[in-house]
Design a protein around this ligand. Structure first.
Ligand code: BG6
Length: 455
């Protein structure tokens, strides 16, 4: 199999892709692979590989012992994203993966050039196209990109990266939900009062102003990663964990989301951390949100009337990712007013789950909560990126959102993007819980879990 990496000399390939490939290679998981790196630099192969090697040595935790063997199987070619500029690929035979580690504005151009050379045709082996996020910047641009890719590549040839689908904790959410039959009757509106999906980060921009300031938290995290977690949490059980089943279920629930009204009043909140405008590369008057929160309702049988609260932000109090099912309280007849329990799936940095159960208080007649905690020992076999790369090489589309999912997710956030063309994000303090306006999304009696505070 050939792995053709577009943007071989770029940051994404050097920081994420090649290191992930090395770890898979070191464990003997990628089999008989040849790598062809393409870049715009007019370097001799020797120089391109020397530079890659020097860079890899500066990164922590790289499986350098595997590099000499991988290097021997790696070629470098200078290329342009035109049929003429890619003629070095002509005559490519057998199975091939084209990995576009490129800025998103170049995805369509690269796919077009490959198609024009006939390289998307699966005559002598499979042909796969991998595109990184962001996939479009709104519904219209995502549709245009899908159309452009489909000019030469079929949907089953396209792998849209969303590394959250490779996270152990996200796979575990699915495994726990569908591996325990007793959870099925509980997983619906008669037992669940609301659902919260949070991904809070302490990190700021990390030198990514050029990308991030044009994107913002809604596009960077909610439209893709959190929307996928939402879909996996809210969807109906799939009959199989195949791409076909999973995608159908996810599309169905994404399309069942009640449209957010124009203006998004009470449905969306945004913030910007104090100091963002002083970050290198950020315009002094930037209105980009570094925090976004959404409230979604789904009009289906399972979760009708149950709000889903989604939020993500940078420079917050804690690194904390979780999905919370807030369970309905019992009627007050037997024990008086009883608080509700929670089922919490931790997505990171720690993983596992917590379930609150109530029992008789030791000192009195009331109830008191007990939290059952499960924290797996050891570390997952693969990082999220390794898991995704392996899925590409194995042709497992179940890890990748379909065209319809991506478009349905954009359709959900589009009214918010429109509303946010006006006004300003609320400034919040670094190290805080985010903007106070996020409280305005909550129905009476509901709450965001305090970051890192547990249920
Ligand atoms: C990326 C976003 O997709 O996900 C980043 O572009 C974000 O802004 C990152 O920090 C979060 O994922 P993880 O797995 O690194 O915590």
């Amino acid at each position: 199999m050939k792995l053709v990496i577009f943007g071989f000399t770029g940051d994404l390939a050097r920081r994420l892709l090649v290191p992930a490939l090395l770890r898979l290679w070191a464990r003997g998981e990628v089999g008989d692979l040849e790598v062809l790196g393409l870049g715009k630099e007019a370097w001799k192969e020797e120089e391109a590989l020397n530079r890659m090697e020097a860079f890899l040595k500066t990164l922590p935790g790289v499986a350098l012992e595997a590099w000499p063997a991988l290097r021997k199987r790696t070629r470098y070619l200078q290329a342009e994203l035109t049929p003429e500029g890619l003629r070095g690929l002509q005559g490519l035979e057998g199975d091939a993966v084209f990995y576009l580690a490129l800025p998103p504005t170049l995805f369509a151009q690269a796919a077009e050039a490959l198609g024009a050379l006939g390289l998307a045709e699966e005559r002598s082996g499979f042909r796969r196209l991998v595109v990184e996020k962001p996939f479009g910047t709104d519904l219209a641009s995502a549709q245009a990109l899908n159309r452009a890719l489909h000019r030469h590549f079929g949907e089953e040839q396209i792998f849209r990266m969303d590394h959250f689908l490779g996270k152990w904790a996200v796979e575990n959410l699915l495994a726990t939900r569908f591996g325990n039959r007793f959870l099925e009757p509980l997983w619906r509106s008669c037992h669940v009062e609301w659902v919260e999906i949070t991904y809070a980060e302490t990190l700021g921009l990390e030198g990514r102003a050029a990308y991030y300031d044009g994107a913002g938290a809604l596009r960077d995290m909610l439209q893709n990663h959190l929307m996928q977690v939402f879909a996996l949490t809210a969807m109906e059980p799939p009959a199989h964990l195949s791409a076909e089943s999973l995608r159908a279920r996810k599309v169905e629930i994404l399309r069942a989301v009640r449209p957010i009204p124009d203006g998004a009043q009470g449905f969306a909140a945004r913030g910007q951390y104090r100091g963002y405008r002083e970050e290198e590369g950020v315009p002094r008057e930037s209105r980009t949100e570094t925090y976004a929160a959404l409230k979604l309702y789904v009009d289906d049988w399972r979760f009708q009337g149950v709000p889903f609260y989604l939020r993500s932000g940078k420079r917050l109090a804690k690194d904390a990712g979780y999905v919370v099912l807030a369970l309905r309280a019992v009627p007050p007849g037997c024990f008086g007013e009883v608080d509700r329990g929670y089922l919490v799936f931790w997505l990171g940095p720690g993983v596992g789950l917590d379930l609150t159960l109530f029992g008789r208080a030791l000192g009195g007649k009331g109830l008191e909560p007990h939290t059952l905690r499960f924290r797996p020992e050891g570390t997952p076999e693969h990082t999220a990126y390794e898991e995704e790369l392996l899925a590409v090489l194995q042709g497992d589309l179940s890890h990748f959102p379909s065209e319809e999912e991506v478009e349905a997710a954009w359709a959900i956030v589009d009214p918010v993007l429109r509303a946010w063309r006006e006004g300003e994000p609320e400034i919040y303090e670094e190290g805080s819980e985010g903007p106070a306006s996020a409280q305005g999304l909550l129905e009476p009696g509901h709450r965001w879990l305090p970051l890192g505070g547990g249920a």
